[in-house]
Design a protein around this ligand. Structure first.
Ligand SMILES: Cc1cc2nc3c(=O)[nH]c(=O)nc-3n(C[C@H](O)[C@H](O)[C@H](O)COP(=O)(O)O)c2cc1C
Length: 196
């Protein structure tokens, strides 16, 4: 069974922690496992090169990860109501994958983190869905049959998993946020298994 790609950018660790909860959810589906990958930062000085291996966390994504995955989840911190530049920069380089239909028919979902409760989680989640639709992915959200979706007073949306880090930028997801992140990982993995 091929992997589910969990691909994210995180600077402060909030999105990275959500990604790990999602990966746990993927692993709860029999025969499925998550492949955690990140993207390099971008710099105003365009010649600045990223180190070949990230200093910590997941390895950098490679094009083979996109071809080999059975489904994928994209995560980014919210930056002014939108995804962060490093993830957008990576997506903007996927012309060849778009042309050859590498991701067509694969289930996909999205996740984010903000400092504030109404700081643009849903617009960021929607912004990450747009390129996935162009690539032919089948978008999955979180259904309200997940009780935590109605109970949460922090993050967690029908558009995707999320975390509210607050003014102190606490990266630790709340119980409901973690439950919903795992549910989203499980959902994409279960859809991929059924489609296979
Ligand atoms: C340039 C910039 C723009 C940001 N824009 C928003 C925003 O629009 N709304 C919000 O609530 N938080 C915003 N934040 C805060 C981050 O979304 C938040 O700290 C997030 O949890 C960081 O995720 P990370 O720890 O995975 O890097 C912004 C942060 C930066 C650096």
């Amino acid at each position: 069974m091929p992997d589910i790609l969990v691909l994210y950018y995180s600077r402060g660790g909030s999105v990275a922690r959500l990604a790990r909860q999602i990966a746990r959810g993927v692993g709860e589906v029999e025969g499925m496992q998550a492949r955690l990958r990140t993207v390099p930062p971008v710099a105003a000085v365009t010649q600045a090169a990223a180190p070949p291996v990230p200093e910590d966390g997941a390895p950098y994504v490679e094009r083979a990860d996109l071809a080999e995955c059975a489904g994928l989840l994209l995560g980014s911190p919210t930056r002014f109501g939108n995804m962060a530049a490093p993830l957008k920069h990576f997506l903007d380089g996927l012309g060849a994958e778009w042309a050859s239909g590498t991701l067509v028919g694969k289930p996909a979902a999205v996740f984010t983190s903000t400092a504030t409760q109404h700081g643009g989680q849903e617009s960021t989640l929607l912004s990450m869905m747009l390129p996935l639709l162009h690539h032919g992915c089948v978008i999955a959200g979180i259904p309200y049959t997940e009780p935590a979706l109605s109970a949460t007073r922090e993050g967690g949306t029908p558009y995707g998993a999320s975390h509210v880090a607050g003014g102190g930028d606490d990266p630790q997801p709340s119980d409901d946020e973690a439950v919903l992140a795992r549910a989203l990982g499980r959902r994409v993995a279960a859809l991929a298994a059924r489609l296979a």
